[in-house]
Design a binder for this molecule. Structure first.
Ligand code: NAP
Length: 481
């Protein structure tokens, strides 16, 4: 039976006013398994008014009280972890082992981290001088919106809503309609713990309808968005009319810089992961591997051998390392780039095919992890964000050369640098135009650190203090002494 997902507005699970729904597919089977509301302006406006009504009481609670509600949510998510991991894997096509290891634990950590981090937060501070005393008051913004993509659904939704709520804002959240299921389960959990009505509202639907209405709604004070650069640009230009605060986390074309003096085995192990985790559908994945020419041939052979052994399979199978592509349009987009390889004079070293699967997955959207060499710096494959399981190999022969190569992109999200010479690695890191740089590791996160891209990858930062500041307004009250 096809399950019907509901919106969560004013503490209730509700159908969209138009009664219109969008099909939700399981990527591993290519079959519809649920319907999600195709909400419109009326539904979005209803959610904003519920959030507005809830704001005066929620914002007056202490951080401790708000944090207690959020910790209850975390504890219920923990109890439901196994189910949530299954739902996340079914919705996205990622291996269940990844959802268990990454998505759900990190969603829980988003709650516990911000609860701990705000324990000593004060909502004012003062500056005194000989002729004045300035009292700076911090307050929540009001109703804020969180718009999230399909690759890490619960992980990224909670990364935004938790700091917003803990600082006293009320929230209208729009998950991607491609992967709405864990947000729906979160709504059920909110009901279970009696989160006050209107504090969090989850409106499902397309970016074209719900996203657009959020962007121009006069009562929404800020938007925290994660998604593609093109969408971020649209939000940027539309939201300026109502002077909303914006934090935009967008696309990337991330280099992995591999020097010949790296710890080779550790590098190989991690670069496989940084290239193909979640089928390459993590914004932080390495998509351009830049290799010291002195080790290029060895790297190419070893890397390709390892890639060819990645276990592609049914995401439900605990042994699977590499699952399905999350949507049919995205599957088509990746295939478009595979078809371009030959035209751009590239050579496929491994992969490059749609992966035919058996049984339950025979109609699923599977593409082999693909490694390409021989492409020009200005090829589409080296320039565009593909956001899938395709990596390109390029060589370099000098430090200056690789810095130029790494920075030759409009994006600036993340980079990894592999070298045992830490002063060289640091020197290179300082010159790479990326907001998140890892030396000899990947995806190691301390949630206190600022997170976000440079250039066309980001506008504003998330994480730790930056997230709290984003969701807070400041006012200066000056008294003559
Ligand atoms: P997307 O198409 O930009 O969509 C992101 C969200 O925005 C979705 O909820 C989408 O709804 C909504 N949206 C679409 N058009 C909108 C509009 N005009 N106004 C307001 N909202 C709108 O991105 P995606 O394909 O879901 O995700 C992949 C992208 O996200 C990649 O570029 C990836 O690099 C990026 N990403 C970045 C980070 C980061 O931290 N920098 C993390 C993860 C992913 P619909 O689903 O209906 O289109």
């Amino acid at each position: 039976m096809i399950e019907v997902i509901k919106n969560y507005v004013n503490g209730e699970l509700t159908a969209p006013s138009s009664n219109n729904y969008i099909d939700v597919f399981e990527p591993a089977t290519g079959k519809i398994y649920s319907h999600v509301p195709n909400s419109d302006d009326k539904d979005t406006d209803f959610a904003v008014s519920a959030a507005k009504k809830a704001f005066p009481v929620w914002s007056k609670h202490s951080i401790k009280t708000r944090s207690n509600y959020l910790l209850k949510l975390a504890s219920e998510i923990k109890k439901d972890s196994e189910d949530l991991a299954f739902y996340e894997s079914r919705d996205t096509g990622k291996p269940i082992s990844l959802a268990r290891r990454l998505d759900i634990p990190r969603a829980i950590e988003n709650f516990t981290f911000f609860s701990d981090y705000t324990q000593n937060f004060t909502d004012y501070f003062t500056f005194e001088s000989k002729d004045s005393k300035n009292h700076i008051q911090k307050s929540p913004l009001g109703v804020v919106a969180c718009i999230t993509p399909w690759n890490l659904p619960l992980y990224l939704l909670t990364w935004k809503i938790v700091p917003a709520l803990i600082m006293g804002n009320t929230v209208v959240a729009k998950p991607s309609e491609i992967t709405p299921y864990t947000a729906f389960k979160l709504a059920e959990i909110c009901k279970r713990i009696n989160l006050p009505p209107g504090v969090l509202n989850i409106i499902n639907g397309s970016g074209d309808k719900v996203g657009k209405r959020i962007t121009n709604h006069p009562d929404i004070k800020a938007i925290s968005f994660t998604g593609g650069t093109e969408t971020g640009g649209k939000i940027f230009s539309k939201a300026s009319r109502t002077f909303k605060k914006l934090a935009l986390e967008m696309g990337g074309k991330n280099p992995a810089i591999i020097f010949e003096d790296c710890n080779y085995d550790q590098m190989l192990e991690t670069v496989i992961k940084s290239s193909f985790t979640n089928q390459g559908q993590i914004c932080l994945c390495s998509s351009r591997l830049l290799i010291d020419e002195s080790i290029y041939e060895k790297f190419k052979i070893d890397f390709c051998e390892r890639v060819s052994k990645i276990r592609i399979g049914d995401p439900n199978d605990t042994e699977t390392q590499f699952g399905a592509i999350t949507s049919k349009p995205h599957f088509d987009k990746i295939n478009h780039y595979i078809n371009l390889i030959d035209k751009e004079n590239g050579s496929i070293l491994v992969g490059g095919n749609i992966k035919k699967m058996d049984n339950r997955c025979e109609k699923g959207w599977f593409i082999e992890p693909t490694v390409v060499e021989g492409l020009g710096i200005d090829s589409q494959l080296n320039k565009d964000e593909i956001f899938g399981p395709i990596v390109t190999l390029q060589t370099f022969s000098s430090e200056e050369g690789v810095i130029k190569l790494a920075n030759k992109t409009k994006y600036g999200l993340s980079a990894t640098i592999w070298s045992e010479d830490i002063s060289k690695a640091n020197r290179v890191a300082e010159k790479i135009d990326s907001g998140v740089i890892w030396i000899n590791c990947w995806m190691v996160r301390d949630l206190r650190t600022p997170f976000g891209g440079l250039k066309q990858s980001g506008y504003g930062k998330e994480g730790g203090e930056d997230a709290l500041r984003f969701f807070t307004e400041q006012k200066n009250i000056c008294i003559q002494s």
